[in-house]
Ligand binder design. Structure first.
Ligand SMILES: [Zn+2]
Length: 238
């Protein structure tokens, strides 16, 4: 990819241009703020530059938003005292090294996340914590589904806990409910909303007016939950 730049409000922005057999230009700002422009082969660099400058407002805004989101992501080194969220409450990591242990143990103990491991290898500790989160997510989501299902009056297929890049949940046409394990870090009222949202897809497979009405009947202030997710979603990560 060729690298170019443009100036906006006195600030320099770099972008990458790739040409291929395509009909139109697409501009994408990635999560790491990298600006990628895809253009048809016969598009000159000058033409691209002109287009970039025309769209500069939008590109810069997107870049700034991506930077802000990136900053909000938690940074964990898996050392003592770090905070991990569980059902909206902070748990402080209490890492205990025990050479006799062959498997890493993770447990919630009052306000701490107790981890007993034979070594302080951050990657292994991270994996063990993810495994613990996934198990808890399954438990809690299953409880909530069986509670809220009564309001829906429809049967469901399997409940699946997954790692999804940009979704909190989904509902398949067969009625299987999929949830991102990361939702277990959110407060309970948010988890409730996400469960109700997917359950309501058993009534309406789209996001129609009727769908939102069925959500509203169970979670009247569902809009504040949506807003919370938009504002805090990137924090629900490791
Ligand atoms: Zn939906």
């Amino acid at each position: 990819m060729e690298q170019f730049e443009f100036i906006y409000n006195g600030k320099r922005y770099e972008y990458y241009l790739s040409r291929s057999k395509r009909k139109s230009v697409s501009i994408v700002v990635e999560k790491d703020q990298k600006i990628i422009v895809k253009a048809p082969i016969d598009f000159s660099a000058k033409e691209v530059q002109r287009l970039i400058e025309k769209k500069a407002d939008w590109i810069v805004e997107k870049t700034e938003r991506a930077g802000k989101m990136q900053k909000e992501r938690p940074v964990h080194n898996y050392i003592n005292g770090e905070v991990f969220y569980y059902r909206g409450k902070p748990l402080t990591l209490n890492l205990i090294l025990n050479r006799d242990r062959n498997r890493i143990m993770v447990r919630k103990q009052a306000d701490t996340l107790l981890v007993v491991s034979s070594a302080a290898k951050s990657e292994e500790i991270k994996n063990a914590i993810v495994k613990w989160y996934r198990k808890r997510a399954r438990e809690i989501v299953e409880q909530k589904v069986s509670y809220f299902q009564k309001f829906i009056g429809k049967n469901i297929g399997d409940i699946r806990i997954k790692e999804q890049k940009s979704r909190w949940g989904s509902c398949s046409s067969k009625g299987n409910l999929n949830f991102n394990w990361k939702i277990i870090m959110a407060p309970d009222d948010i988890i409730d909303y996400l469960v109700v949202h997917e359950l309501c897809h058993r009534l309406h497979m789209d996001h129609s007016k009727e769908f939102w009405e069925s959500v509203e009947r169970i979670i009247p202030d569902y809009k504040t939950k949506e807003r919370w997710l938009k504002e805090n979603g990137t924090r629900l990560d490791l």
